[in-house]
Design a binder for this molecule. Structure first.
Ligand code: GLC
Ligand code: GLC
Length: 672
């Protein structure tokens, strides 16, 4: 198969590439430059050469002025981030020119609607800090069969209140092994059973018309082994061989594995997989997911093209998959390296230039100190909050709010212009990613505590209400994570009387602690574990499929019936969502967690600095199956009378009161 293709597509950028090549040979500013170098670039010779070469070539195009304005604003950022990675190469300048030539081609292809959106979003960069923001996430096939089915589900998404819809990767992927779509064979084609790329573009537009932003993954750490690039590398094409980490024998893999942890040890030990021809390829995740080598600038360039293609489909947030792993260096854990941040910020600068309304969501399920390093306006504007997620489940198991409260006090604040995506469940496992240093301060020993949590959630602990399944149980390291739907982990599967209240309590925190709340679709009707997950082709061995059931239409039909568990969950959740839509202080604004003097009761105050102002909302949640008393002394600074917005009951804060098992209150203190 003839694999090699030039990533440069347009005639304009081909001209550029050849010009860049000649600029590199004589190393000087092209003699023919007829454009005056702008003041902003004059202080920096390389920057001015790059800009001059581009404007020389593209300046006559009607689309150039809008591109140029953004180029001027962000070229410095782009170059600053790429220089530490590739700046020492003699072809660095040519690389930049080629990259930006491709970016211009992508910009030119961007639809007028998206260009209008770009302008609107640039004028209101805080738009996503809104109490009306609500996310949902699902698999296209499991939720609705195909992309047209998703489009037909828009009324349901609106009924729920979604403004953000994350679809698991719908792109072409190997069958039956695709890691739920996270092994991408082409970023420009949709998996045939789901539809066509035009359906995706149409869906993005329809969603936008309905006020829902489409979110897709940017799976850029790896491709599937069926991607053209991987096929090229397998065929020993010299260009594509440099796209991956492929080694002739175990020498380098052994050297790397001394410091690299195993992510999917059930599937293959270590970080490498052996090819049929005996060579070894880096596969952090499954053996059919080959890690890309970003040490090679051609990889950056090629993936930039895919990123802008996806952006031009109408995607508004890109979930940056597996960000922690994208840069490798011998002798390090090959996770969270500084170069990973340079890469992300470079992609971000490129987005600001060629697809400005595109924002990034970080997926870093790592130590909390590392999670926050990805979150800033110039890198990822939003991020999963895996610490809050894990500690919500921790608190249900222990009935002690200490760790969650500390996290809210000390680790919740992130820079202005960024937001957490708070969630209860995702399509992935639950990993206990709290910081051992935080835990030990409370007398909690990290390893032992994780062992307890794993036993609790897989029902190997007396009295547990949870019905989870172990994921990647690794006896060698003692590491293990948890699979299972939120409802099954809350006790619904085993008929525990508090299951519904537990689930609503978790979502109550997610909906009141700021940022963008994200619902794993199915949770809103209490979807239970799929007990037959291992029978599906390609799923056996990956227990995460237990919490990826096909949408249960019969259950969904019960959502308006309060005599059923799905009905009670749905009504409870809808009630919280509707309340939040009227409470600006629950989105932006500050969160002040405090010690309620009751170890099972979480307390925080949301103060109204959010968009549109608002006042104080006092949130209290009882994480135990017993009634819990709140001492009036704890609430001394608060007004005497407050109304619980959830239960619509009046509270006298001067006398103290008792919360029912798993009760949450949102006390409206705005009047006082
Ligand atoms: C991310 C995805 C996960 C996938 C992995 C490899 O962590 O969330 O589902 O297995 O990346 O792409
Ligand atoms: C995926 C895996 C998870 C792993 C994470 C690392 O989300 O499912 O187990 O810890 O990647 O980013």
């Amino acid at each position: 198969m003839a694999i090699r293709k030039s990533p440069v597509s347009s005639p304009a950028s081909s001209r550029l590439a050849s010009r860049a090549a000649s600029a590199q040979i004589d190393g000087s500013v092209p003699a023919t430059t007829r454009v005056a170098v702008p003041a902003w670039a004059a202080s920096d010779e390389q920057q001015s050469r790059v800009w001059a070469a581009l404007s020389e070539q593209l300046g006559d195009d009607a689309q150039w002025p809008a591109f140029d304005a953004r180029l001027r604003a962000h070229l410095g950022d782009l170059r600053r981030e790429l220089a530490p990675l590739y700046g020492a190469r003699p072809d660095f300048e040519a690389f930049l020119i080629k990259l930006l030539g491709n970016a211009f081609s992508a910009w030119r292809e961007r639809s007028p609607e998206l260009k209008a959106l770009d302008q609107a979003r640039e004028a209101d960069p805080q738009w996503f800090h809104s109490n009306r923001m609500l996310g949902g996430v699902c698999y296209v096939d499991l939720f609705a069969g195909d992309l047209k089915g998703i489009e037909a589900s828009i009324p349901y998404f609106k009924e729920l209140g979604l403004t953000y819809l994350h679809l698991m990767p719908p792109f072409l992927c190997p069958e039956p092994h695709s890691d739920g779509g996270y092994a991408v064979s082409s970023y420009r084609a949709v998996k045939p059973s789901l539809g066509r790329i035009e359906d995706l573009r149409h869906l993005a537009q329809r969603l936008r018309e309905e006020g829902i932003s489409l979110v897709l993954d940017f799976v850029f750490n790896h491709t599937s082994d069926e991607h053209d690039w991987a096929r090229g590398a397998l065929a020993k094409d010299p260009f594509y061989s440099e796209f991956f980490y492929i080694f002739p024998d175990r020498t380098q893999p052994d050297a790397y594995e001394r410091t690299v942890r195993e992510i999917f040890p059930d599937e293959h030990p270590g970080a490498f997989s052996q090819l049929e021809d005996g060579r070894w390829v880096w596969t952090t995740f499954h053996s059919y997911q080959w890690d890309l080598n970003y040490g090679n600038p051609e990889v950056f360039n090629a993936m930039a093209g895919e990123m802008l293609f996806i952006a031009n489909l109408g995607v508004e947030f890109l979930r940056m998959d597996a960000v922690a792993f994208i840069w490798k260096r011998l002798g390090t854990p090959c996770e969270n390296l500084p170069e990973a941040h340079h890469l992300l910020r470079a992609y971000n600068a490129l987005a600001r230039i060629a697809a400005p309304s595109l924002l990034f969501k970080s997926e870093a399920i790592v130590h909390p100190d590392d999670v926050v390093k990805y979150i800033e306006p110039a890198e990822c504007q939003i991020s999963y909050n895996p610490l809050q997620m894990a500690l919500l489940w921790n608190t249900l198991a222990t009935r002690e709010v200490n760790m969650l409260q500390k996290a809210l006090e000390q680790r919740h604040h992130i820079p202005d212009g960024t937001a957490w995506v708070n969630y209860v469940r995702s399509h992935d496992d639950i990993g206990w990613t709290f910081a051992d240093e935080d835990a030990i301060q409370m007398g909690i020993q990290g390893f032992d505590h994780r062992t307890f949590l794993n036993r609790f959630y897989v029902n190997r602990f007396a009295g547990s209400f949870a019905r989870g399944v172990p994921f990647q149980d690794n006896p060698a390291t003692g590491d293990c994570r948890i699979s299972g739907t939120a409802a099954s982990l809350c006790g619904l599967e085993q008929g525990d009387p508090h299951a519904v209240a537990r689930l609503l309590l978790l979502y109550g925190v997610v909906l009141s602690s700021g940022g963008i709340p994200l619902i794993y679709l199915g949770d809103e009707i209490g979807a239970l574990n799929d007990l037959h997950w291992a029978d599906d082709p390609g799923h056996g061995g990956d227990s995460r499929w237990v919490h990826r059931p096909v949408r249960d239409l019969a259950r969904s039909a019960q959502r308006d019936d309060p005599s059923t568990a799905p009905g009670r969950i749905y009504a409870g959740l809808r009630h919280l969502i509707a309340l939040r839509q009227h409470l600006p202080s629950l989105a932006g604004g500050r969160l002040h967690a405090f010690w309620t003097r009751n170890r099972s009761v979480l307390g925080y105050l949301r103060s109204g600095e959010g968009q549109g102002g608002g006042g104080n909302i006092l949130v209290l949640g009882n994480f135990s199956e017993h009634p819990q008393a709140i001492d009036a002394a704890v609430l001394l600074g608060m007004p005497a009378a407050a109304v619980d917005l959830i239960g619509q009951t009046a509270f006298n804060l001067r006398t103290g009161f008792t919360l029912a098992p798993y009760q949450m209150v949102w006390l409206d203190c705005r009047g006082g």
